[in-house]
Design a binder for this molecule. Structure first.
Ligand SMILES: Nc1ncnc2c1ncn2[C@@H]1O[C@H](COP(=O)(O)OP(=O)(O)OP(=O)(O)O)[C@@H](O)[C@H]1O
Ligand SMILES: [Mg+2]
Length: 254
């Protein structure tokens, strides 16, 4: 049996006295979307930063294709094929779409950037993902939030990422734009990437997710395959379950 693309075993992370993650275990398969859900402060960003090589875990093991790995820098994580798209996106708003697509890795002819080739390539790669940018000379700042996310996703796919981590890619977007981003998550999955989709919105996670891990105050409430987790149950867990029911009850009684 081939091992999962990525496995995290009993990952804990302390920031001094603050325990951000405790014994978190999960796995990510190629061609699947793993959703990591949790409320504010649950440890989602900490989880990403460990995979992105920003922080090392205090305890626990990370395996890639069955081999233990340690990401001591963002470069190390990237070199291993893990692409992280942060919510605030490392893009330059005044720069064109095609420059943002390559960001320093443009095709060249000799010493010069081959602009014509770069533009055509960016357009072609994005259209393979179903992204239709009319003019790649357009400054990235004039794109909608959903389109900007999609450029970042297409870039990660083109540069050969095996794991794509998306940190709350839909949280600042409206319904329609969120739908656009969800569509590209599916496109990346269909290209064989293992996608990790971080969100606090179960309604965004459920339609695209193959497996779900819910974090609550740094602890995993379990890993679930879609077949064993009805949508209502996911929504209930994310709403704080019993805690919220109790609160609602108290408010109604008051
Ligand atoms: N660099 C840090 N130093 C100390 N404590 C931190 C640090 N980063 C995060 N924490 C704490 O760790 C816990 C988890 O934070 P984290 O940012 O991972 O949560 P999150 O799930 O991403 O939350 P949000 O949805 O608000 O972004 C929180 O209690 C936070 O205050
Ligand atoms: Mg966060």
């Amino acid at each position: 049996m081939t091992p999962p693309l990525l496995e995290l075993e009993d990952i804990s992370k302390y920031y001094g006295n603050i325990i951000a993650l405790t014994d978190v275990t999960t796995s990510v398969n190629a061609g699947e979307v793993t959703c990591v859900l949790g409320d504010n402060g649950a440890g989602k960003s900490t989880f990403i930063k460990i995979l992105a090589g920003v922080h090392e875990p205090t305890e626990g093991t990370i395996k890639m294709n069955g081999e233990t790995v340690s990401f001591t820098s963002p470069r190390a994580s990237l070199d291993a094929g893990i692409a992280t798209v942060y919510q605030d996106l490392a893009m330059v708003p005044m720069m064109s779409v095609w420059r943002n697509f390559f960001l320093g890795s443009e095709p060249t002819n000799g010493l010069r950037i081959d602009k014509k080739k770069a533009k055509a390539l960016a357009k072609e790669e994005m259209s393979k993902m179903g992204i239709d940018i009319r003019d790649t000379e357009q400054p990235v700042g004039t794109l909608s939030g959903g389109e900007r996310q999609s450029v970042a996703i297409a870039r990660a796919v083109y540069f050969g990422a095996k794991v794509l981590i998306l940190d709350e890619p839909t949280s600042a977007l409206g319904v329609k734009q969120s739908g656009v981003v969800l569509k590209y998550i599916i496109a990346a999955r269909d290209r064989g990437l293992g996608v990790i989709f971080i969100t606090h919105n179960p309604h965004h996670a459920y339609p695209v997710g193959d497996r779900f891990m819910i974090l609550n105050r740094g602890k995993s409430m379990g890993n679930f395959a879609k077949a064993e987790l009805p949508r209502d149950e996911l929504v209930r867990m994310m709403a704080g379950g019993a805690e919220l029911d109790q609160l609602t009850h108290e408010i109604e009684q008051a």
